[in-house]
Design a protein around this ligand. Sequence first.
Ligand SMILES: *Cc1c(COP(=O)(O)O)cnc(C)c1O
Ligand code: SF4
Length: 353
Amino acid sequence: MKAVRNLVHSVQSKHVSSPETLVERGLIPPDHFEAVTEACKTLPVRLTSHIAAQIDSQNLTSPLAKQFVPSPNETFVEDDEIADPIGDVTHSPVAGIVHRYPDRVLLTPVLSCPVYCRFCFRREFVGDGLLNNDDLESAIDYIRNHPEIWEVILSGGDPLILSQRRLGEIIDALDAIDHVAVIRVHTRVPVVDPHRVTRTLTDALKRKTPVFIVLHCNHADELVPEARDAIAQFVDNGFPVLSQSVLLKDVNDNSDTLATLMKTLVQCRVKPYYLHHGDKAQGTSHFRTALAVGRKLISQLRGQLSGLCQPTYMLDIPGGHGKIPAAEDYLKLENDGSWTVVDWKGNTHQYLD
Ligand SMILES: *Cc1c(COP(=O)(O)O)cnc(C)c1O
Ligand code: SF4
């Protein structure tokens, strides 16, 4: 059995990067080819061999297939969906920087990713693209010249697909800036390309300045043994690891799936940080849940799971106004000045200041 599985793995373990290959591999029916080719003009198709090997052409509604195999639905754009749903462009003072909150910036040294997630809200920007040396230097200068920047968030694209040398240079440059106290790296690499996580990579990130890893993971099925090993390398080397997930229709929009995801993350020593409400990126309406559904789910988790497993449900206000916690209200101020408090069973209590 093991030998057969290894063989299957070696036969299947090729990355997928064109609509033609999707048809050949039976991942889309031939009559989807045209619409999918159209969708891939905005967001290319790319699956690592690690992910491709886990997608079964007999089960195209699986959480992995839904996330990574393009769908004709992506060509359908709703009226209120926009190219830049959270105002990255308007908050970009120089190439490679998004500065929306005073004390922290996004630094996007690379725009490509090892996989392209079909719900990506940066879909208009990601694709092959690397910040050139001059732009990278200007971006770092911007950080150096803004002493109010306490934290630098490496995002993209996926910063962990950079060469270890390039990554090391960026971390060195940030480490040398006194006011940068914390570096955060947002990545999907441990779950989509776990073999990239090596000692050389963790060495490239390890400096005086603490580096937090924020793993992007949406379903417990992503946490196969190789992915768990990759995560463990970060944790064992002293990197705090948090997670962010996106609430996605037919992928993780029920409380059991979310509970399993959050518990599995904690068992991997990952602290769930944010559960994002889907942004209104063009062609992603088939992934979006109603806000009320997300609020209901998150209140179910409150009673169901350890505090360690609770992410904060976040809405990024369209237009670039920032993120806010979007959970249900547990407190209501009454006219007489008292508070009505709702517990996890839905029972109300009075609280007096
Ligand atoms: C999400 C985001 C951050 C980080 O926000 P936190 O709430 O600190 O995680 C910072 N800058 C931009 C532009 C963002 O979109
Ligand atoms: S890894 Fe992140 S930036 Fe890249 S395609 Fe997926 S969601 Fe978008």
